[in-house]
Design a protein around this ligand. Structure first.
Ligand SMILES: C[S@@+](CC[C@H](N)C(=O)[O-])C[C@H]1O[C@@H](n2cnc3c(N)ncnc32)[C@H](O)[C@@H]1O
Length: 244
């Protein structure tokens, strides 16, 4: 990722500092994503599991722990994130990490069909056409019975929806800061970084979130069946679609 409008190692470091406050209901999100992948594996989807833009590796770690036979492919565009993922997973041979650029197509070919693809808080770095093309490529990469779990930021459709998302996100971050540290310093750091783009406006050029309805429509257009929304708050959602 050499382009200046691209995620940088500085952003990786800030994300690792703030994500425990800023990502809403993280443990619940990880549990939901894991449950969906477990359902696909239980139903016979037996290929490797791809954690796309794995970041610090929380999902990879949870999948390796929940599914002792599974092989996890953890892909990301940041060397320091991949190193954190390897450390977190304990360097198991069941984990394979790879440096990729999400926007390119070269990494989208796999030796065998995948059992599941999960991705959290990353696909919004692609524009609408990029998301549509990625969804089609991921559908093609999955084995029958495989699931794609998409956790990501959603662009509210209206100013009123944006104000609600802003309020909910601040509330979540305040609650998590108090729970983790007993004070609001985590929330204050989130505020200083102006991470609540629903409140502060001015999206970073690397962030191109799409609306909920668009993303669900594009999943269906890519061929995914039984597309559904599992969870949403603070302008973030978890949805899934299945390859039948
Ligand atoms: C907000 S973090 C989310 C990380 C993790 N999935 C999570 O939920 O905590 C976004 C991740 O996407 C990666 N990323 C951003 N743009 C990328 C690109 N063009 N290609 C590959 N990875 C990218 C970053 O390195 C970072 O790890």
């Amino acid at each position: 990722m050499s382009d200046s409008a691209a995620w940088s190692e500085a952003e990786s470091a800030v994300y690792r500092d703030l994500s425990r406050y800023a990502v809403p209901q993280r443990a619940r999100q990880v549990a939901m994503v894991t449950a969906l992948v477990r359902a696909a594996v239980a139903a016979g989807a037996d290929g490797a599991l791809l954690d796309l833009c794995c970041g610090e590796g929380l999902l990879s770690e949870a999948l390796l722990a929940a599914l002792p036979e599974a092989r996890v492919l953890a892909y990301d565009g940041s060397d320091s994130m991949l190193a954190t993922t390897r450390r977190r997973a304990g360097d198991t041979p069941r984990l394979e990490t790879r440096l990729i650029d999400l926007a390119t197509a070269g990494w989208r070919r796999f030796e065998r069909p995948l059992g599941a693809v999960v991705s959290s808080l990353a696909i919004h770095h692609l524009d609408a056409a990029g998301k549509r093309a990625l969804f089609a490529d991921l559908h093609a990469a999955l084995a029958p019975g495989g699931v794609f779990v998409l956790a990501d930021v959603v662009q509210p459709a209206t100013a009123a929806g944006q104000a609600i998302a802003a309020e909910l996100w601040d509330e979540e971050v305040r609650r998590q800061a108090l729970e983790l540290d007993g004070d609001l310093s985590g929330f204050e750091a989130f505020e200083r970084a102006e991470w609540n783009h629903f409140r502060h406006g001015g999206l970073d050029p690397i962030d191109k979130p799409s609306s909920l309805v668009e993303q669900l429509d594009w999943l269906r257009a890519a061929g995914f069946a039984d597309v559904e929304l599992h969870w949403m708050t603070a302008g973030q959602m978890i949805a899934s679609g299945w390859r039948r």
